[in-house]
Design a protein around this ligand. Structure first.
Ligand code: AHG
Ligand code: MN
Ligand code: MN
Length: 350
């Protein structure tokens, strides 16, 4: 039988380049598909550095039980919290990767009391805020944890960065994102302008691949996420909201389901994808537990870019001007209608 008698269609079909399958994080950034001017090579290079750091931290997280990085270091950090070995490993990994290629002038990290200068080269135009390992209390029980980051431009005309480059409202962020070390490793990021996009890590290839393009949060959800163990310390209005959201009122879509992982990255990611509300309100007579620079601001930036809302319960998170690098802030994050409901309770309108 001659080679050509076979009736199958042997003509060559060009690859479908419009396909969204197989787009790596690097390609997505380089092709400017995050909605920022692709021309800024330093910016694309910095974002790809963050992607590299995420790969390195992922490998350490996935081997935590084996590589003797479980447990405590025996020290406490500036927050007065016990430092887990993985907190430190993730922090060192991020600092060393961000320090290469000279685009990042300085870092503020949950694990460092002071700002860390990485470069005084005038070409280092960005500074980074980072929570290297979020949800530390869940490390030893193998529950999802994460990394949170935000990118700001360093003030013009300066050789080295200084704290004033960080003590700016979150609306000045030029990029923000997180890595969720869950059943798979997912990196979600935005530049604010071009939408919110998720990339799932394929360890067999060692690449992040586009998996959640243009994430949009539903107008309203059906779950609420708050640590009810602290309810005795909440403002009275929060307790009234909490009782209201659990009322049996099917016609009004209540009660909402309760979900609380205890890792901000996990609770926020579920809320971003499914809608609803996450709340870590003021308590202990203070401002709550979450930190403005590297927990609240990056998530507020992401949620607003995805059509959601982020407030203290009364003020827009992204308008807050930080007074100190590690200051805490109440964080109410979620679907716009759900955050509106919460704010009405805090204004005494309900
Ligand atoms: P971190 O591990 O970076 O200190 O963050 C832990 C935070 C956050 O991930 C989570 O939402 C919150 O702590 C949970 O606090 P409670 O245990 O008080 O609910
Ligand atoms: Mn955290
Ligand atoms: Mn942390």
């Amino acid at each position: 039988m001659s080679l050509f008698s076979d009736q199958r269609n042997l003509s060559w079909n060009p690859p479908d380049t419009s396909s969204r399958i197989g787009i790596t994080l690097e390609t997505y950034i380089l092709e400017g598909m995050l909605g920022f001017p692709a021309a800024t090579g330093a910016f694309t290079s910095l974002l790809n550095q963050i992607g590299l750091a995420a790969k390195l931290v992922t490998s350490k997280v996935r081997r935590a039980g084996l590589a003797n990085v479980l447990g405590y270091t025996g020290q406490t950090n500036v927050q007065g919290e016990i430092v887990q070995k993985l907190d430190e490993v993730a922090n060192e990994t991020l600092l060393s990767v961000l320090g290469r290629r000279g685009h990042c002038a300085a870092v503020v990290s949950e694990e460092l009391g002071e700002m860390r200068i990485l470069s005084t080269d005038p070409r280092a135009k960005y500074v980074v805020v980072v929570d290297p390992l979020d949800g530390s209390s869940n490390i030893d029980v193998n529950i999802s944890i994460g990394t949170i980051f935000g990118v700001l431009r360093k003030g013009d005309g300066k050789l080295g960065a200084d704290p004033s480059d960080f003590l700016r409202p979150g609306r000045d962020l030029v990029a923000a994102g997180y890595v969720l070390y869950g059943s798979s490793t997912l990196l979600v990021l935005t530049t604010g302008l071009g939408g919110v996009h998720g990339f799932t890590y394929d360890p067999t290839v060692g690449e992040f691949f586009l998996s959640h393009e243009n994430i949009r949060i539903p107008e309203r959800g059906a779950t609420f996420s708050i640590n009810e163990g602290h309810s005795a310390r909440w403002p009275e209005a929060v307790r009234r909201w909490n009782a209201w959201i659990k009322e049996e009122r099917k016609e009004e879509g209540r009660p909402y389901g309760a979900r609380y992982v205890g890792s901000l990255v996990a609770d926020a990611h579920r809320t971003l994808l499914k809608g609803g509300i996450f709340a870590y309100p003021a308590d202990r007579g203070g401002q709550g537990k979450l930190r403005l620079l590297y927990e609240a601001n990056p998530f507020a930036f992401l949620f607003e870019a995805a059509g959601g809302k982020a407030s203290t319960g009364s003020d827009r998170i992204l308008d807050l001007v930080p007074k100190s690098l590690h200051e805490r802030v109440p964080l109410i994050l979620g679907s716009p209608r759900d955050v509106d409901d919460f704010e009405q309770f805090l204004r005494g309108e309900r």
